[in-house]
Design a binder for this molecule. Structure first.
Ligand SMILES: Nc1nc2c(ncn2[C@@H]2O[C@H](COP(=O)(O)OP(=O)(O)OP(=O)(O)O)[C@@H](O)[C@H]2O)c(=O)[nH]1
Ligand SMILES: [Mg+2]
Length: 566
């Protein structure tokens, strides 16, 4: 059974050059032989087939996962956007306490300080592919610092919260409520606009900032003279990214970074001892924690993006190349959310599974199966713009064309037309178009990841400096208006190739040849680029004939991709 197949492979290896036509013939011959093998297998009487265990060398690979039962797919919950409110923990209160010992009736103050509130941290990690877990949490609160205690015991720190998000997540601050910045601004306003003299002398009691001994009467607030205490921040707050937060987490991170530090703990009463007041009856309360409203958006970061019409065979192709268990079905829009599969090119056994012509040390690359594009996708038809955004981030575009359905050259042109239109709309009036047509706001990602955080943003947000208590924190605000445009490399400058699938079906050969000669013309410049843009990518254009459902011809794709990966 394997005899003729092995013989033919040998023949191809020795005798044929690697012209596109031969790739096709080779692919198809392999397919025919494979189906011949299957036919022979199936012609065996059933009982005989089961009894006669084929020798190991003769066993054909199990291809059942390429044409699965309807229920044989992984349930993949996917969410690529969410809005989350995070609260950094407030600090614990300071304590009012005095030393009490035998023969020391009125000991010195020994109230401990309150613990600081827990911070909110974020980390992009590999292995996550969706934001749905984060979205479920809705409101996320870090722990409150514990109150200080007598005998100079400080309160425990509040628990930190770590948000783990997939690589490729963009985090944008929508709203901020910072009690410390608010307090500073209030004081500044009071200082800048002194009322009449009477009013100036009157200082309102700051119940929210001070606390008395538990045994004290509320009226004691009137008699105690509180010192001036500036709002405080934890020292760690200096590590917060500059507001408004805008993070483009396009690399896995070794360590989390701080989004919002918890509030500083209150001071115990020993801090307020003066010459005239040896036993202060008050301590300060902990500072409130910052509240942030954050928008998360996942822009898939795959090396290769599969672009094709619905039902073209993208998911089958992904299954044949990777371990993905994405859903396959003979109807349009089987895939409703992007799926990412990983192709291992080096399993670290000392011998690479796929040779790379350039000296890249990549051990794997990723492929994104994106829902099908229909005509008018750039106008948000079908699953349109929502997923065109995901193509943005793929480094290489693989156009999946169904050879059995319609004219592949025309299909390729239509797909490119959608991408070019999307590109054009984005470059024309990015914010308004994106907002108007999708309700989605695109914003400018950084080119170089985290260091970019400190780049000043062109947004009209009122900044407050905080009297040296931390570097210029913004006052509470709500972002409004349009956001800066996305600066991704234009789609037409990305390397691309074509995967001509369903090559096992009848009368596909002529279509394949027509497609291949069209690509050669585009490459040579005798025909315009299918996007209609003159300086689109034109080098090494090729169409790979495959029958993904039989797993035939697909091994050429990783080799091709490795040529483009650096
Ligand atoms: N004969 C043949 N059929 C194929 C091949 N690849 C896919 N199919 C069939 O084409 C149909 C659609 O395949 P899918 O992989 O779900 O197509 P898709 O592009 O992911 O479709 P959407 O998710 O709707 O965009 C299924 O019935 C597959 O079995 C192939 O190489 N040969
Ligand atoms: Mg699909």
């Amino acid at each position: 059974m394997a005899g003729p197949r092995a013989g033919l492979n040998l023949l191809f290896r020795s005798g044929l050059n690697s012209s596109p036509a031969n790739h096709y013939t080779r692919g198809l011959l392999q397919i025919h032989l494979a189906s011949a093998c299957r036919r022979r297998q199936s012609t065996l009487p059933k009982h005989q087939a089961s009894k006669e265990e084929a020798p190991a060398s003769n066993r054909t690979a199990d291809l059942s996962h390429l044409n699965p039962e309807p229920e044989d797919y992984s349930r993949f919950i996917f969410q690529d956007k969410c809005h989350v409110t995070v609260h950094a923990g407030p600090g614990g209160n300071g304590c009012v306490s005095y030393l009490r010992e035998k023969y020391i009736e009125e000991g010195p103050p020994n109230g401990g300080d309150g613990g600081s509130g827990g911070g909110i941290y974020i980390q992009a990690v590999e292995g996550l592919t969706s934001l749905h877990k984060l979205a479920r949490r809705g409101i996320i609160k870090a722990g409150r610092g514990k109150n200080g205690q007598g005998k100079s015991k400080g309160g425990k720190r509040g628990d930190d919260v770590l948000l783990q998000v997939p690589v490729g997540t963009v985090v944008r601050e929508v709203e901020r409520h910072d009690p410390v910045a608010e307090e500073i601004a209030r004081r500044r306003r009071a200082k800048a606009e002194p009322g009449d003299e009477e009013e100036a002398e009157f200082t309102p009691i700051e119940y929210h900032r001070w606390m008395l001994h538990p045994g004290a009467n509320p009226s004691d607030f009137l008699t105690v003279k509180f010192p001036r205490l500036k709002p405080r921040r934890q020292a760690i707050a200096a590590m917060e990214p500059k507001a408004p937060i805008y993070l483009d987490l396009d690399q896995p991170m070794d360590k989390p970074i701080l989004l919002a530090a918890g509030g500083a703990g209150g001071l115990g009463n020993p801090h307020f001892v003066t010459r005239t007041m040896g036993r202060p009856k008050f301590a300060s309360r902990g500072e409130g924690g910052t509240r942030l409203e954050l928008d998360f958006e996942l822009k898939l970061l795959a090396d290769v993006g599969l672009v094709g019409k619905p039902n073209a065979g993208k998911s089958t192709l992904l299954r044949s190349l990777t371990n993905s268990r994405t859903r396959i079905g003979n109807w349009e829009f089987t895939t409703l959310s992007p799926h990412i599969g990983t192709v291992i090119v080096d399993n670290n056994t000392g011998r690479r599974l796929v040779d790379s012509p350039n000296a890249t040390r990549r051990t794997h690359f990723t492929i994104a199966d994106i829902p099908g594009l229909v005509e008018g996708a750039h106008l948000d038809r079908g699953l349109g713009l929502g997923f065109l955004r995901h193509i943005d981030r793929a480094g290489i575009l693989a156009f999946v064309l169904d050879l059995s359905n319609g004219d592949p050259v025309e299909e390729l042109q239509k797909l490119w037309h959608e991408l070019a239109e999307y590109e054009r709309l984005r470059s024309l009036e990015p914010a308004s178009v994106a907002e108007e047509q999708t309700g989605v706001i695109d914003w400018e990602p950084s080119d170089s990841g985290l260091p970019e955080l400190n780049r000043p943003r062109q947004r009209d947000i009122k900044m407050e400096t905080s009297d040296g208590l931390g570097s210029g924190q913004p006052l509470n605000y709500q972002s409004s208006g349009s956001l800066p445009p996305l600066t991704m490399p234009p789609l037409y400058t990305k390397p691309w190739f074509v995967v001509a699938t369903k090559a096992d079906l009848e009368s596909t050969q002529e279509k394949y040849h027509a497609l291949q000669s069209y690509l050669s013309e585009v490459e040579q410049g005798t025909t315009s680029h299918p996007s209609g843009i003159q300086d689109g990518w034109r080098s090494r254009l090729t169409a790979v004939p495959v029958s993904a459902i039989n797993g035939e011809g697909v091994t050429r794709i990783p080799k091709l991709v490795m040529q483009y990966l650096s």
